[in-house]
Write a protein that binds this ligand. Structure first.
Ligand SMILES: CC(C)(COP(=O)(O)OP(=O)(O)OC[C@H]1O[C@@H](n2cnc3c(N)ncnc32)[C@H](O)[C@@H]1OP(=O)(O)O)[C@@H](O)C(=O)NCCC(=O)NCCS
Length: 96
């Protein structure tokens, strides 16, 4: 996610995240995983994923790898390595 520098800090990023999370919830998804700035995503409820037993399939700074439950207890008993959809491998600069 990125907002043009001249338009940053005007609420666009937060609106995009909140709308994206609401849409994901409406679509029935239970969990969202992100790699991003911990100080930014914490405000939406994201927490570090590794202490929950959820690992990234690539090298990443641990605090930057975060998870959010869209449904209460969606991560209860869930452990292991995240499997990304194949489209991620085609993204330029993708860590995979
Ligand atoms: C991160 C980004 C998408 C945020 O978008 P935005 O429209 O500026 O965000 P908002 O206006 O909704 O929120 C601004 C708040 O986020 C905070 N923030 C912005 N970038 C941050 C960062 N890297 N770490 C922590 N907080 C950050 C601001 O301090 C501000 O805090 P405040 O509300 O307490 O004043 C934008 O700064 C950006 O495009 N950055 C460059 C690309 C990037 O780093 N993308 C993230 C990849 S995960």
């Amino acid at each position: 996610m990125a907002v043009l520098p001249a338009l940053q800090r005007t609420g666009i990023g937060s609106s995009l995240v909140r709308r994206g999370l609401a849409d994901a919830r409406d679509l029935g998804h239970g969990v969202v995983i992100v790699v991003g700035h911990p100080g930014y995503y914490a405000r939406f409820g994201f927490v570090p994923a590794e202490p929950l037993g959820i690992r990234a399939p690539f090298e990443v700074s641990s605090p930057a790898f975060m998870a959010l439950e869209l449904r209460p207890d969606a991560l209860r008993g869930v452990r292991g390595e995240v499997r990304y959809p194949p489209e991620f491998a085609d993204v330029e600069g993708s860590p995979q």
